[in-house]
Ligand binder design. Structure first.
Ligand SMILES: *Cc1c(COP(=O)(O)O)cnc(C)c1O
Length: 364
């Protein structure tokens, strides 16, 4: 079932954005504002299975007001990037890992599994069609957003029998403008993102909906991002709303919270674990309490903290704020290990360093 293939119908956009307009948009694309000319759609029904694969003009979709996603939120997504390589080629980074995670998210949300072959074909077709939308600037990439939702017209509560899978693409620059500036984190002690047995390990829109009030509180407190603690004890540091966390100690060891079911298994997290171990570093996947984070930052045992994810890659954390007061990580500025991990990862992604794990998937 994971090697199903469909013939993609290709219907080029009859009114693509003019070249000079596109080039203007790509000078400073920001994040998630500029979209390409095309999108992919594949339909699913219990009766027909996966069918009607199309690469067509990007545009609005017609949705019945009783489409069950609008009521019961069966929706999952992925986030990945297509990069321009140093030699001019185009590549995806570990797309098989996104395909697998998309199936795992689907299983948790009682949705049909999209075969990996269709997932990979869909993103490759879109990147090949819209490759001119990859910005040339530093950090520039085509951010791909595969997603799937329940489109059946039905208000009863059960898994839907019809779904729409889509891929859209957005030209992006660096996620946090100004490069590797250290960000500030608000630790939410009022709100949880995910609970044991819940959907924290699935990449679903609902997890983000649950995180937004805490993110708004973080913004109100003058912070860039929110960090969540575990829902059961409100003691263990889990992750940010959309990024995993790493802690770096003065003896050169690192730690990241374990995948206990309430944390999203980030592909960037996994890549950093692998690269760090390749470099002979000792990295633990172990629980870390908020109390220890504060105590270790204060004593100097903890020297760096960084967040990681596809969108922002590797981002240093400079200050941590909560209802109990503030503390600073190291000097409050980007640290050496953070920069070392960011450079190790991005140089593989851009094809300027060897790729011993076969993570770079060329499109040409
Ligand atoms: C997507 C996501 C991440 C990062 O995953 P990557 O595969 O590294 O992009 C981390 N946390 C949450 C909640 C996410 O949704």
């Amino acid at each position: 079932m994971n090697s199903v293939t469909l013939d993609f119908r290709i219907e080029p956009n009859a009114h693509p954005v003019a070249r000079d307009v596109r080039e203007g948009l790509l000078v400073d694309p920001g994040f998630g504002r500029i979209f390409t000319d095309h999108m992919v759609t594949i339909r699913y029904s219990v009766e027909k299975g996966w069918h009607d694969a199309l690469v067509g003009a990007r545009g609005p979709i017609l949705l019945d007001p009783a489409a069950s996603v609008l009521h019961y939120a069966q929706e999952i997504f992925e986030g990945m990037k297509a990069y321009r390589l140093a030699d001019g080629g185009t590549a995806l980074f570990r797309p098989q890992a996104n395909a697998r995670r998309f199936r795992e998210s689907a299983i948790r949300m009682a949705m049909p599994e999209l075969p990996d072959s269709l997932f990979l074909d869909s993103v490759r077709h879109l990147v090949e069609t819209d490759r001119d939308w990859i910005p040339a600037g530093e950090g520039g990439a085509l951010y791909l957003r595969p997603f799937m939702f329940a489109s059946e017209v039905f208000l009863g509560v059960r898994p839907a029998r019809e779904y729409l899978y889509m891929v859209i693409a957005s030209s992006v620059g660096a996620y946090f403008k100004g490069g590797a500036k250290a960000i500030s984190i608000w630790v939410s002690q009022d709100y949880s993102r995910a609970a044991p047995g819940g959907t924290g390990a699935a990449k679903c829109g609902g997890n983000y909906a649950a995180s937004l009030v805490a993110q708004a509180q973080a913004t109100e407190m003058g912070c860039d991002q929110v960090a969540f603690l575990d829902a059961a004890e409100r003691r263990w540091v889990e992750e940010l709303g959309g990024m995993n966390l790493f802690f770096v100690f003065d003896d050169g060891t690192m730690l990241t919270p374990p995948l206990s079911g309430t944390i999203l298994p980030g592909i960037t997290r996994d890549s950093i674990l692998t690269l760090a171990r390749d470099q002979g570093l000792s990295v633990a996947e172990a629980p870390y309490s908020f109390a220890d984070w504060r105590a270790d930052a204060t004593s100097g045992r903890l020297v760096e903290t960084f967040a990681c994810g596809t969108a922002a890659v590797v981002t240093p954390v400079g200050t941590v704020r909560s209802a109990e007061g503030d503390f600073t990580i190291g000097s409050g500025h980007p640290g050496q290990m953070t920069e070392r991990m960011r450079a190790a990862l991005t140089s593989i992604q851009r094809g300027t360093a060897p790729d011993p794990h076969g993570w770079v998937s060329r499109l040409d």
